[in-house]
Design a protein around this ligand. Sequence first.
Ligand code: SF4
Length: 322
Amino acid sequence: MMHRFYALSTSFAQRWGGPVRKLPLDAGGSCPNRDGTLGHGGCVYCNPAGSGTGLAGRGLSLAAQWELWRNRLPARWRGARLMAYLQSYSVTHRSPESLAALIEEAARLPGVSSLSCGTRPDCLGEEHLALIAAAPFAETWLELGLQSASDETLTRLNRGHDAATFADAVRHAAAAGLPVCAHLMAGLPGEGIDDFLETIEYVNALPVAAVKFHNTFVARGATLETWHAAGTFAPMDRDVYVDAVCQGLARLRSNVVVQRLCADPAPGELVSPAWAADKASLLRDIRARLEAHDLWQGAAADAPAGPPAWFSPDNPPPEKKP
Ligand code: SF4
């Protein structure tokens, strides 16, 4: 089957000669949008654990979490390189000293080869960026939430920052030599497919190296749960989401690595829609629709003539990142 987008597994295989597994680590901490620095309550879609596993709150150190996830790796991944993904709340919402200690702790994890830090674009001072850029790993990524390029939507989401803040953070990170993965959401309150596509156009113009697409789902404990119960928010229909992802891929620059095509709710987290629980069938349907409509990443952007060679793991990666 033709490779129709630049998958993360392909990018890893090209750069490292084999698979890399990301293991999620909950470093505790908080988020300025929850602890009162910017506001309380958080983004409307965010669960109270701040997208983390909650394991830090249960007293598990990074090393204990690492062992837990390593031991759960299926046999086929036992030889894979391992990336530590610091993902709870906003990892850089801490002092430079605390961030340096956290990076040192992550670097001591047995068998770790790379690092990814998830945070907000307004939590990145020059010192934070320099520390992450100098982290002692084979590669270090920064994951930044944008969700929507519409400031009106960002206000509705209670994000606490605008799109320009995201753009500035991406440019600063890229200038520091850090590849950035942008988190984008389809089906946000008040948005349709066109808004999602506009967000992709916005990201195309920035030095973003990867994206994660998420379907907006109602998480237990999130503000969106109240809106959903009151009938003021309804998640996107499944077939509309599949269409949004396929159109979104067609609009996306062909050298952007696609790290994710849908959300992956934690056990017990999902309130609605029920279809969001079946990630495997959703991914199958997205791939089938790309085939059926002869679409590929970049078809409506920079690769109208066909899927570029680097979508296949057997070929070298694109010469130059944005
Ligand atoms: S989504 Fe991220 S930025 Fe928003 S409240 Fe949750 S942890 Fe904070």
